[in-house]
Design a protein around this ligand. Sequence first.
Ligand code: C2E
Ligand code: MG
Ligand code: MG
Ligand code: MG
Length: 285
Amino acid sequence: SAKARGGGTYHFFTKTMNESAVARLAIENDLREALKEGQFELYYQPKIELLSGKLAGLEALIRWNQPGRGFISPMQFIPVAEETGLIGKIGEWVLRRVCDQIREWDLLGLPPVSIAVNLSPRQLIEGRITETISRILDETATPASRIVLEITETVMMHEIKRSASILDELRKLGLQIAIDDFGTGYSSLAYLKRLPINSIKIDRSFVRDVTTDPDDAAITNTIIIMGHNLGLKVVAEGVETQEQLEFLREHGCDEIQGFLISEPRPANITARQIEQLSRTVASIL
Ligand code: C2E
Ligand code: MG
Ligand code: MG
Ligand code: MG
């Protein structure tokens, strides 16, 4: 233990823990206020089909604009929301916002687009996720087929039976399921075939050096082949360069997402992107 390693270590350790507990409590209170005061916003990032250059869908990414502090990254506050259980409420807000957005864009006459929502492990495992999602879809009259749920693989490793049956329920509702950040967990490839999923997203840590690091190239290529052999759609995230795009196209990746196509943008800009994207991207491809 820390104590066994000497008094100094012990003191340092507890001090750090206290500070982080205090910081966490402060963020927790701020998060509650953020929900109440409407400080969250969704940005959207397009996914592009590599063969056609067409818009394949959008991913909704939460942004927290705290007055006086500016934008706070979800990497900072989503883990706190997870630990404190606030992720349930935040997740409901995200899904409802996405459903409202789909209706708004449909009413404007934009081409119908599907939107991916990120689900944290705790959202999937705790509470009644199927009931919650199905209620929000009903209340907003959103077809389930317009929603993709992105789930990281870690949760399913630990609770494979439970996760598989929850994912089964969600699939029966008509939702699509994607495994996010694929390759970063301790995944046995065999567990994939037990899960009712539609697509996998290759983590951007592999995509980053795919054209310079033979290991990353091999891993990316293997994920694409394996995904296809299992009948899954394969998406690459974090595509920033034309060279990465070429590699992914040569190796048969289905869809790409990343700064090369577009950063995540607020809804009003995304609306324009939805109409323009095929044209814009055709010139990159
Ligand atoms: P993620 O779902 O894997 O999302 C991809 C992240 O990579 C996003 O960061 C996106 O802005 C960023 N990104 C996209 N393209 C590129 C690129 O070409 N290069 C680089 N360097 N980065 C790129 P963001 O928006 O900060 O979100 C971070 C993570 O926070 C997400 O990772 C997701 O795990 C979580 N998150 C975001 N929104 C939500 C949400 O509404 N609910 C939950 N539960 N988690 C969320
Ligand atoms: Mg995601
Ligand atoms: Mg991802
Ligand atoms: Mg990622």
